[in-house]
Every structure is written in structure tokens, then in C-alpha cells.
Ligand binder design. Structure first.
Ligand code: C5P
Length: 407
């Protein structure tokens, strides 16, 4: 378990059935050594008692802004300064609306406006409330301002609905808090840089219900994004359809086809990025013409032919147009790995290529581990087989050093 000793966390609880889960969150945080103070909104009091929260956190619980007794202890500005991190779990639709508008009409909203520390939201509400454009706009505005977020998760809701809006589990919120503190202790040597990373497969429509795709899980690209973010880069992650959870603070652009992926990359690199990493497994071909209607079985023949045309080569196009100072590609090969990768390095105009042997069942596509060889014009480097998350850190370090050496 992460060590959160010396960390001061202010936990805001707003009105929602998920408030009961916050008791478990406090337990996890205090067990990891964090000092936790709890602030309740009026709505939250209907779901959890001050007595329970006080017993578990070991501190008096606060809920009113204009309480002379509480202010005599630690005033609300002092409390806002005390926190290394403010976590709002659950964060209701009403709270996000007030916070996004800069309102300070209760203790918790005032603390969020008064603090200079980061704020992490764990939204929780009915799926229709979460999907409502007003909630989505308020949430997007808060994200744009750098507020952190975990969840919401998808699934069965207390009201019987199914959909997005469930508060993330206490263990997931705890992990997001740990990740935040880990990131802030890592040297921010990529601050001011913009890294654009593609990840996952592309999905090329055959007709409205069928598509051509591949087994890429997106894990390598997401690991690279997580590693670059942790070192302070601004990261745009252009992702095909995957199950991975996007890292906190990433600018995620979700796409399906290779054409969409190229357009999203070009848009995000209108002013050239510092680093581009093409970790996506882009489909080489797409339908010449995807049909608008579902294709019918032909009863008079056992064969069917699809006419495919080449997809644009995203990385080669971006490299030709000098969209990033450093271009990094991946080469998934099943034979002559190094030789083919070297060919791609030149043909696609790349600075670095990361080659891996996808014929091995223990690494590569859909696996948690990977073993690669990194090739530049000047050198070849083969790190040990490692978890993709660890390899992400090593590759980001290698790319960063390479950018420094060519300055
Ligand atoms: O040619 P190949 O698909 O093996 O090249 C792999 C590298 O090129 C990867 O970095 C991949 O993301 C990128 N690529 C691309 N656009 C394509 C095909 C591959 O950017 N159409």
C-alpha cells in the first residue's frame, strides 16, 4: 500500500447515496498514514453522520461556513491552506454546478475556491443527470481548469438505472490519490512540452454493423501517456477503441478509423508538438466504399469480395509535414524484427523506432509485458522484458534523453 504519511487530505462529502462509501475511503487513507479532515454539505448529512466520520477521521467534522466556534479553531481560509489535496467524493451534479460557477455559498464550495491546492472530484449521480448537457458542460469546464477527476464508473445504480454515474470504488479513488502524490514527487522535467501519443487499434467500417480491426489493447500507448504526464508533459492521447482507463489529466481524443486518427493528430499538432509517438496499431487498409446499409448475404454464391484501399500512413504524413520535433514509431514484426524496423525508421522519417516481436505469445499484443529493441540512427538499445507500465517509464526516459542530445 502507498505511503501517504505527511499528506493532508481534506475530504468533501456532498449529498448522494454513494456518501456511505466515503467512510471506507477515509479508512484507506488513514491506514496509509494520511491526515484526513472531513467537510460535509447540508445534503450529505442526510446520508452519513458527523459522529461516524469524526470517529474514523479522528478530527471534528465541519459543515457550516459561518460557525464562530469552528472558525475560532481553524478558520476556513486556514483549512483551505492546510490541505495538500481536496477530494470531493461523492461530487454531486449540484456541487459541480456551483463549483464550476465559482460560487462560495457553503463551506465546501468556499474551500474549493479559496485553496491553491489541487482538487480531485469523484462524480456520483444518476446516469441521466450525469449525461445532462448542463452537467457535462460544468464538468468539462472544471477539467479545463485543471481540476482532477476519477470516474464515474458505469454500471448498476442505487435508483435501479444502469449507466455512467456510479461513484468509483473507494480503492480506485485511493489509487487516484496515490497516483497524484507519486506524480508530484517525480521531477517535472517535461513541463512545458507537448507530447502527442496514438494508442490502440483503429476500426474501419465495412457497413454500419461490421468492421475491420486488430487485437491491440492500447496498454503500451496508455503507459507512455501515463509516464509522460507524470513528468509534467501536456499529453494528448489519440486513442482507438480500448478498455484502458485514461490517466488523470490527459487530453483524450477518442477516434475510430485511421482517417479520424490522422485528423485528430493534425488538429492537436497545428503548432508542432515536441514529441509524437505512434503506438497505435493502425489498420493498413479500409473499405474502398463502406456501405450505408447492412450488407446482405448473397444466396447464389459462397464467396464474397471486399475491395480495400490503403489507409493514410499517419506517422509518415506527420513526419513529412514536420508536425513534431521528435517522431517515434513502433514496429510490430513477426520476423527479421530489427532489419524491418530499420527500414521503417528511414522510410517513415522517424527519429526513434521501437521494435517488438509480436509472434511471441508472452509479449506484445494484448499482454501486460513487452520486450522491445529501440533503434535510432546512432544506436540500438534492448531493455529487459518488463511490464508495459515500467517500459513506458523507460521509453519516455530514453526519448527525453534523445531530444536533449540532438539539441
Ligand atoms: O508500417 P507499420 O504499420 O508496420 O508501421 C508501424 C508504425 O507506423 C507504428 O508506429 C504505427 O503507429 C504507425 N502507422 C501509422 N499509420 C499507418 C500505419 C502505421 O501511423 N497507417
Amino acid at each position: 500500500m502507498s505511503d501517504l504519511s505527511q499528506k493532508r487530505i481534506l475530504l468533501g462529502i456532498t449529498g448522494g447515496i454513494a456518501a456511505y462509501k466515503s467512510i471506507e475511503l477515509i479508512r484507506l487513507l488513514t491506514k496509509a498514514g494520511a491526515d484526513v479532515q472531513v467537510v460535509l454539505t447540508e445534503g450529505a448529512k442526510a446520508f452519513v453522520t458527523e459522529m461516524t466520520l469524526q470517529a474514523i477521521s479522528g478530527h471534528p467534522v465541519r459543515s457550516t461556513l459561518l460557525d464562530p466556534n469552528a472558525e475560532a479553531g481553524m478558520g476556513h481560509i486556514e483549512l483551505a491552506k492546510w490541505a495538500d489535496l481536496i477530494v470531493i467524493a461523492p461530487a454531486s451534479a449540484d456541487f459541480m454546478a456551483r463549483y464550476s460557477q465559482g460560487m462560495a455559498n457553503d463551506l465546501l464550495s468556499t474551500l474549493c475556491i479559496a485553496t491553491e491546492s489541487p482538487v480531485l472530484l469523484a462524480p456520483a449521480m444518476n446516469q441521466a443527470m450525469w449525461r445532462h448537457p448542463a452537467t457535462q458542460d460544468n464538468y468539462a469546464l472544471l477539467m479545463k481548469r485543471g481540476v482532477l477527476s476519477v470516474g464515474p464508473a458505469d454500471g448498476a445504480q442505487a435508483c435501479g438505472d444502469i449507466g455512467p454515474g456510479r461513484m468509483s470504488e473507494p480503492s480506485d479513488i485511493f489509487n487516484a490519490i496515490s497516483q497524484h502524490f507519486n506524480n508530484t514527487s517525480i521531477q517535472q522535467d517535461l513541463a512545458g512540452q507537448h507530447w502527442v501519443i496514438t494508442a490502440g487499434p483503429t476500426m474501419e467500417a465495412i457497413d454500419p454493423v461490421r468492421y475491420i480491426s486488430n487485437h491491440s489493447s492500447g496498454k503500451m500507448g496508455y503507459a507512455l501517456a501515463t509516464a509522460a504526464l507524470a513528468r509534467g508533459a501536456k499529453v494528448t492521447l489519440v486513442s482507438g477503441p480500448v478498455q484502458c482507463v485514461p490517466p488523470q489529466g490527459v487530453n483524450l481524443l477518442s477516434v475510430k478509423s485511421a482517417d479520424d486518427m490522422l485528423a485528430a493528430c493534425e488538429q492537436s499538432m497545428a503548432s508542432p508538438a515536441d514529441v509524437f509517438i505512434g503506438a497505435a496499431a493502425v489498420a493498413d487498409f479500409k473499405m474502398k466504399t463502406a456501405t450505408d446499409q447492412k450488407m446482405k448475404k448473397q444466396s447464389d454464391t459462397d464467396e464474397m469480395q471486399l475491395v480495400l484501399v490503403k489507409n493514410p500512413d499517419i506517422i509518415a504524413t506527420l513526419s513529412e509535414n514536420k508536425r513534431a520535433k521528435t517522431m517515434v514509431g513502433f514496429a510490430a514484426e513477426t520476423q527479421n524484427v530489427i532489419e524491418y524496423a530499420q527500414g521503417k525508421l528511414e522510410r517513415k522519417g522517424l527519429d526513434i523506432i521501437v521494435a517488438n516481436d509480436v509472434s511471441r505469445s508472452d509479449i506484445g499484443f494484448n499482454q501486460d509485458e513487452n520486450q522491445v529493441t529501440v533503434i535510432t540512427k546512432e544506436q540500438t538499445w534492448s531493455p529487459e522484458k518488463a511490464a508495459k507500465s515500467e517500459l513506458g517509464n523507460q521509453l519516455v526516459e530514453f526519448i527525453y534523453k534523445h531530444t536533449q542530445s540532438i539539441r
